[in-house]
Design a protein around this ligand. Structure first.
Ligand SMILES: Nc1ncnc2c1ncn2[C@@H]1O[C@H](COP(=O)(O)OP(=O)(O)O)[C@@H](O)[C@H]1O
Ligand SMILES: [Mg+2]
Length: 316
């Protein structure tokens, strides 16, 4: 069995009568890139804070790096909080070394590593620039490097991509992969699916305070049927009979969804019919689609709640 870098069970947090996080589990295998996905306000930040022991859960328990209490393995953890902040008067290199020193890294070694990181990421131009003179995105990159400069075993990044331009987003993706290749475990939250789709070995989707899905990106995408676009060479009236009832014609192309098991029979029908193929694409929906599907289902179940119950919940 793989050792778990994060084993948080039943994490629950109440803010007055509001349940911000409701029995969320986070089980992150060592060496994996793990995404915590969810819409704004879902409870991601609160879950991460409880996981790291920054706030105490009202219920549940978090163990890190093979069963340790979060506080006892502080120096082996790197954390980029959602609220960013560096001392504006510090230069990038000093800010990175300073953050490393807070987690037990020798200051001179921190300065040395800062130079390596900044150069590798193509940011060496700003290494002696003061934070206050930097763009927000650039300062965020510096803070990111500062949060991993001590080579932590577990890296937790709360919305690390937000506020970065596409070039820095790409740099960050590279950095995450490199840290994983070094042997670190990376846990990050996002509401932008594209990064998660490219990076994550596993994901959890949190919506309305509860976890709604856990698994691989491919497993999430497999929740929805395949999307087909078919353009016959011979687009006569008989084509519709080969296709599912809800197939929609857009110009010369037909759009419809089918289950994976129905793909081959469909291809057989098309071939046998002699309508030919001028164009055909069969694709799994993107993670984005699976995410929207799950979140909408959750929202719909809330909307369907009788009004009395909803009121009771607020008042209770
Ligand atoms: N300290 C707090 N006091 C009261 N409500 C809070 C506090 N922190 C978070 N919340 C509420 O808890 C919910 C979840 O917040 P958060 O964990 O920040 O969500 P996310 O990171 O997924 O956007 C939100 O509705 C938020 O307003
Ligand atoms: Mg958040």
């Amino acid at each position: 069995m793989t050792e778990l870098a994060v084993e948080a069970t039943g994490l629950t947090k109440y803010f007055d009568s509001f349940t911000a996080v409701d029995h969320v589990n986070l089980k992150v295998p060592t060496g994996c890139i793990y995404g915590v996905l969810g819409p704004n306000g879902a409870g991601k930040t609160t879950s991460l804070r409880m996981t790291l022991g920054i706030i105490d859960p009202d219920e549940g328990i978090s163990r890190l790096l093979g069963g340790h209490k979060p506080q006892s393995v502080r120096h082996r953890i790197g954390y980029l909080p959602e609220e960013r902040g560096l001392y504006p008067g510090m230069k990038a290199r000093e800010a990175i070394a300073f953050m490393g020193a807070l987690r037990g890294l020798d200051w001179r070694e921190g300065r040395r590593r800062a130079g390596i990181f900044m150069t590798e990421l193509g940011l060496e131009r700003v290494i002696d620039e003061k934070i206050r003179k930097m763009s927000k995105g650039m300062a965020q990159m510096v803070q990111l490097i500062g949060s991993i400069v001590h080579a932590p075993d577990l890296i937790v990044l709360d919305e690390p991509f937000s506020g970065l331009d596409p070039v820095n987003q790409e740099r960050l993706e590279m950095l995450v992969r490199r840290e994983r290749d070094r042997g670190a475990t990376i846990l990050f939250s996002t509401h932008v699916m594209a990064h998660a789709e490219r990076l994550c070995d596993r994901i959890v989707i949190i919506a309305r305070s509860q976890h709604r899905f856990e698994g691989t990106v491919d497993e999430a995408r497999a929740l929805l049927p395949m999307q087909v676009r078919y353009t016959p060479r011979d687009n006569d009236d008989a084509v519709a009979r080969l296709l599912p009832e809800d197939a929609e014609r857009k110009g010369e192309a037909w759009h419809f969804a089918i289950e994976e098991a129905d793909v081959e029979p469909l291809l057989g029908r098309i071939t046998a019919s002699g309508h030919g193929v001028a164009g055909l694409s069969i694709a799994r929906p993107a993670l984005h689609d699976a995410f929207v599907h799950i979140v909408r289902q959750v929202d719909a179940s809330f909307a369907a709640m009788p009004e009395g119950d909803a009121v009771e919940e607020v008042v209770a």
